[in-house]
Design a protein. Structure first.
Length: 88
């Protein structure tokens, strides 16, 4: 239930941001819901942020099982997690 609420909140926030967002997902990208699912599959138990990057990625951060903050990058088209590291 918490993840569903987070997805709704994030998607709503992206819609409300409208023209204020400099970077937007491309038309051929995976959806934000799919990106969140990929992050959960990579071990994220709590997601704090996700946004479209101008380089073609979903970028975000969140906590993993160890309670530490990590950042991730997911390819916008393939959905492959290409960065998964501790936040500096």
């Amino acid at each position: 239930m918490q993840i569903r609420n987070l997805t709704t909140l994030l998607a709503g926030g992206l819609l409300l941001a409208g023209n204020a967002m400099a970077d937007r997902p491309g038309g051929d990208w995976i959806s934000i819901e799919d990106a969140l699912s990929k992050a959960r599959a990579a071990g994220y138990t709590e997601l704090h942020k996700i946004e479209a990057d101008s380089d073609g990625y979903w970028e975000g951060e969140g906590l993993k099982q160890d309670g530490r903050l990590y950042e991730f990058r997911i390819d916008g088209k393939s959905g492959q997690v290409i960065r998964d590291q501790l936040e500096d």
